[in-house]
Write a protein that binds this ligand. Structure first.
Ligand code: DX5
Ligand code: ZN
Length: 223
């Protein structure tokens, strides 16, 4: 089943809670929450107090994408703020296995992300320990960038690796996903779709509903 995760990075933070509620009303089940430290990526976004605050008003599944160095130090705090899934970057740590263990310890779902330049093969030792693999389809750091076409083959490669291991693990794509290219990533094997600017620019409810209806049709046609 497809899961839809609008990225709040592109929201209007003056009315963040209201806009998140619009995505829920439009049919999104997840909220994608980009935490950036200004070091792993050039940008700074928001952190624990914001997550804690939006948690009080939202029942969405909180998908926290950590773009921070030494993520192992941040995991406990993020979990305590109400994350449901915590995704760290493979490139941000010297010990991905320890990060996975730290997330497991919190009882939250485990995600690992790879940047566009990182070979997909690095995931091999961790296949069985991941609930989700996040394949970045732009360079992490900013919303509103263009989908990198070489990502499509990377999604298919990861899907084939999980399949060969007998796993049906979630594969999430993040960056440059719009209504007009989403079928490409779905066909390649992604099933968790992040969209930031495509949802949060303009009519948030209508944009969400448009994606969500399409996903329902896709799921019905690919049973
Ligand atoms: C980028 C973030 C994304 C971003 C996606 O580093 O990880 O989640 O919000 O935004 P769009 O969909 O506009 O590319
Ligand atoms: Zn993200």
């Amino acid at each position: 089943m497809i899961k839809f995760a609008p990225s709040i990075l592109s929201a209007d933070f003056n009315v963040l809670g209201e806009q998140m509620a619009e995505t829920a009303r439009g049919g999104a089940g997840w909220a994608h929450i980009d935490v950036m430290d200004g070091t792993f990526v050039p940008n700074i976004s928001f952190g624990n107090p914001v997550i804690k605050s939006i948690r009080k008003r939202s029942d969405l599944f909180f998908d926290v994408h950590l773009m921070v160095v030494n993520p192992e130090r941040k995991i406990r705090g993020i979990a305590d703020c109400g994350a449901d899934l915590i995704t760290f970057h493979y490139e941000a740590t010297s010990d991905p296995g320890a990060c996975i263990a730290a997330i497991e310890e919190t009882g939250r779902k485990v995600g690992m992300a790879i940047k566009p330049g990182t070979p997909v093969s690095v995931i091999e030792p961790f296949l069985h320990r991941l609930d989700l693999l996040l394949i970045m389809t732009v360079e992490p750091g900013f919303g509103g960038q263009k989908y990198i076409p070489a990502s499509t083959a990377r999604i298919a490669q990861a899907r084939a690796m999980f399949k060969a291991a007998g796993l049906d693990t979630d594969i999430e794509v993040d960056g440059g996903i719009k209504r007009d290219n989403v079928d490409v990533v779905l066909a390649a094997g992604a099933n968790v779709i992040v969209a930031g600017s495509a949802v949060y620019s303009g009519d948030v409810y209508a944009n969400t509903k448009d994606f969500a209806e399409h996903f329902r049709e896709w799921d019905a046609a690919h049973k």
